[in-house]
Structures are given as C-alpha cells and as structure tokens.
Design a binder for this molecule. Structure first.
Ligand code: HEC
Length: 197
C-alpha cells in the first residue's frame, strides 16, 4: 500500500487523462445511464461481437479502471489483476462485479472498519507496519494515511462497502459499454473474436 510505484502509476494515469488528446484515453460520448445488471446483460444478449478494441480500451482507461486494476500488463494495484477475468467469470458475474461492487468483496482487496480506544472509527485498507496500524482511506493515495499505536486498536472488522465505486460505467452509452466488456473479455488481445467485423 505504501508502494511508491503504485502512486506513480496513479499519477501517470491521472496526468494522461487530464492531458487529453491521447486516443487510448478518449472520453465516452454517452449519453450514459444508471445501468442495472439485468439491463447490461440484455444489451449483450445477442453476443458480444463486432466490437471496437480501440474504443473498449479508451473506455477502460478514461472511466478510470486502470487507476486501480492491472490489465494486460499495466495499471494500478488497488484491486485484483483483471487480465484473466474472462476465464474466471461468466458475463453475469463480470457485470455484477462491475455494477454492484459491494455485493461480493474479495477479502484480499477489501477494507476494514477499525474501532479505536477513544471510541472513534477509521475505515480503509489497514496493515501493521513498525508496530503501528496504518489505515489508508483511499488506497490510490497511499501517502495519506493514519497510523495508530496497536494498543489503541479495540477491534478490526471487514467493511461491507467495496473500495471500488459503483456506477463507474454509467457515463457510457450502450455501444461503449459493449466495447468495454469485449475489451475485458479479450484480456487485451485485439485479435479476440469479439472484435471480428
Ligand atoms: C477505486 C479503485 C477501483 C476502481 C476505479 C475500479 N475498481 Fe474494480 N475493484 C476494485 C477493488 C478494490 C476490487 C476488489 C474488491 C471487490 O471485490 O469489490 C475490485 C473488483 C473488481 C472486479 C472483480 C475482480 C475479481 O477478480 O474478483 C472487476 C471485474 C472489476 N473490479 C472491474 C472494474 C472495472 C471494469 C472498472 C472500471 C469501470 C473498475 N473495476 C474500477 C477497485 C476499483
């Protein structure tokens, strides 16, 4: 979590997003909507095919997935590596993980609620370092943390809300969402069958 390379990755990504003009970071055209899992699945019911690799990649980067996830050899380490999601998840599970991130939180990547002796609580990623409990509220900003003496820690328990925000795909229109799904399913391979025209 204090890994400086992770911070650097995030800064690079933010800078590229802000700079504009980079086609692999093109912003969604929209109009978006608040997708439910059922709506997203209905869109893909005819199969995910004839999609655009370039646009899928641009959507992935510009809505901010890359800030937290490694995929095809690049990106941040806040969440799991997504390179193999196609083999791990059905389309339904993939959409559920994206649209309702708090429904199932993988324990390795969750955050904790920490109760302190003075009655206050902290929420975030928590780990012990040099005899202190270090809590980072936003793991994309590992330099902003709270360190408390271990004897001040009364209780630690898993926090039921994912670090991954809900609604991240909502700026996308239907085609943009399907391009993103195809990109995830391809593992970053532009020759994947979903892109065949
Ligand atoms: C702020 C960081 C953050 C952002 C941004 C983010 N995620 Fe996540 N994501 C996580 C974390 C942390 C987890 C693991 C905890 C959980 O299961 O909720 C996760 C889990 C997932 C999973 C399940 C992976 C697995 O192996 O179980 C998928 C799929 C996923 N994210 C896709 C995406 C996509 C697609 C985007 C962009 C639209 C995105 N995420 C944006 C942090 C993020």
């Amino acid at each position: 979590m204090t890994d400086p390379s992770e911070r650097k990755t995030y800064e690079e990504i933010s800078t590229r997003r802000a700079a504009g003009g980079d086609p692999t970071y093109a912003a969604p055209k929209g109009p978006g909507k608040a997708y439910s899992v059922e709506q997203a699945l209905a869109l893909a019911s005819g199969g995910v095919k004839g999609r655009s690799f370039e646009n899928g990649k641009a959507m992935y980067n510009s809505v901010g997935c890359a800030a937290c996830h490694r995929f095809d050899g690049a990106g941040g380490g806040v969440g799991p590596d997504l390179s193999g999601v196609a083999s791990r998840y059905t389309l339904r599970d993939l959409m559920e993980n994206i649209i309702e991130p708090s429904k199932v939180i993988s324990d390795q990547y969750g955050s904790e609620e920490v109760l302190l002796a003075d009655g206050s609580t902290l929420v975030g990623r928590a780990y012990v370092e040099n005899g202190k409990l270090v809590v980072t509220a936003d793991p994309r900003n590992p330099e902003e943390f709270t360190a408390v003496a271990l004897d001040q820690v009364k209780n630690r328990k898993p926090y039921p809300v994912s670090l991954m925000p809900a609604g991240m795909i909502n700026p996308l229109n239907q085609d943009e969402l399907l391009d993103l799904v195809a990109y995830l399913q391809s593992g970053g391979n532009p020759k994947h069958k979903a892109f065949a025209k």
